[in-house]
Design a protein around this ligand. Structure first.
Ligand SMILES: [Zn+2]
Length: 387
């Protein structure tokens, strides 16, 4: 009997020891530092391709770790990567069906809102769609218990809002907009884990005199950017000269202008995006000067990340080509930080190449810089005219 009891004791100990073995996953919470999910471990000068930005305090399940990144399981069939620096360890959350409740769709004097109550800050990703203009948000780990969606007439920019449940644990929010142009949106959790999609309406008067334009002069301070192939001028100084010229001419058109920097200041991308987020501009133009290891490469290019923001960058490129610059192109899905915000249509303008002698000569000419600013403005006006 004693032998039997000892065996039983040993067995139960082994069993319970196996039970308390550390699980091969743990949980983290996003920090308040513009955290974003990435598709994979890709690394180039722009970093890995971004899937989506996330709010802070979003809980993620970590299943793997490679160098500076964690792999996180979003749902049964979806995973992503996140920088370790963007999260902090947190207590486990209950693994259960996270049910969504009814939704409210409404507007205030500035924005329209789609608000979905959840009982946990679940991860999500968003996509901008065109023709028709839509915002699509996938909420991972969410199961629909949405049995009604109240849509008020105060939501003046939203045509329709509905959901689909494409997978057992992925709920898809679909918001169809009234205007073909997407003017931006922000996703965040408000109090009591309410997932909020705040949508900017199309401005009522599509004239520069009624709009706020943000102008970003690339680089600055310790970050000098590229250097001129012959003159050795610094990119940071000439982006600022063009940005200031742009501001001057925009003010002549009675636009409101916000600048990320007006001096030779060192500013991180995080600081720029945070500042712009507070300013709520209608549009953002970021000015850079390009550089290539091949000195024959030349010309002007404009860049966008989200397809819904492409029309602005196309119009600016078309206008700038009138300066007689070579067409380097209109570049999409561009993983540049200031093309990342979904809050406002944005366009990166790489005016010309500092690594090309002919282009460099142009950049050094104050008249060319004045004309560059004028053509960017003409491009914005053409963009507005088409809406
Ligand atoms: Zn640059």
């Amino acid at each position: 009997m004693k032998k039997f009891l000892t065996a039983l004791f040993l067995f139960s100990c082994l069993y319970s020891c196996a039970q308390v073995k550390n699980p091969d996953y743990f949980y983290v919470k996003t920090k308040d530092s513009l955290p974003f999910l990435k598709y994979g471990l890709g690394k180039d000068r722009l970093g890995g391709a971004k899937m989506t930005f996330l709010d802070s305090d979003v809980v993620l399940k970590v299943t793997d770790s490679v160098r500076d990144d964690y792999k996180v399981q979003l749902s049964q069939f979806h995973s992503a990567w996140i920088e370790k620096a963007k999260v902090a360890k947190t207590l486990p959350i209950e693994e259960k069906q996270y049910l969504t409740s009814s939704w409210n769709v409404y507007g205030d004097s500035l924005y329209d809102y789609v608000v979905i109550s959840l009982d946990q800050k679940l991860p999500y990703k968003s996509e901008m769609k065109i023709n028709p203009s839509r915002i699509v948000v996938d909420i991972f780990g969410a199961v629909s218990n949405t049995n009604w969606i109240t849509q008020l007439s105060t939501a003046r920019g939203i045509k329709n809002a509905w959901y689909e449940q494409p997978e057992d644990d992925v709920m898809r929010v679909i918001i169809e907009l009234k205007h073909s142009q997407n003017w931006g949106y922000r996703i965040y959790y408000s109090e009591n884990n309410k997932l909020t999609i705040r949508i900017k309406r199309q401005p009522r008067i599509l004239n520069l005199s009624h709009l706020t334009i943000a102008v970003d002069a690339g680089h600055g301070g310790e970050n000098i950017g590229a250097t001129g192939v012959v003159s050795k001028i610094k990119e940071k100084d000439y982006t600022l000269l063009i940005a200031k010229e742009l501001k001057k001419q925009l003010i002549k058109k009675k636009a409101k202008v916000v600048m990320t920097r007006t001096k030779d200041t060192t500013l991180s991308m995080f600081e720029r995006i945070q500042y712009l987020g507070q300013q709520n501009p209608d549009l953002l133009i970021s000015i850079h000067l390009n550089s290539s290891s091949q000195d024959t490469t030349s010309g002007v290019s404009t860049y966008y990340r989200y397809i819904g923001f492409r029309p602005l960058s196309e119009a600016i490129l078309k206008s700038m080509l009138q300066l007689g610059l070579h067409e380097f192109g209109n570049v999409g899905s561009f993983n540049f930080s200031l093309n990342g915000p979904t809050d406002y249509p944005n366009c990166l303008v790489e005016v010309a190449f500092l690594s090309n002698k002919k282009d460099e000569k142009k950049i050094l000419d104050p008249r060319f810089r004045r004309e560059t600013a004028a053509k960017i403005i003409e491009g914005i006006e053409e963009f507005l005219k088409k809406l």
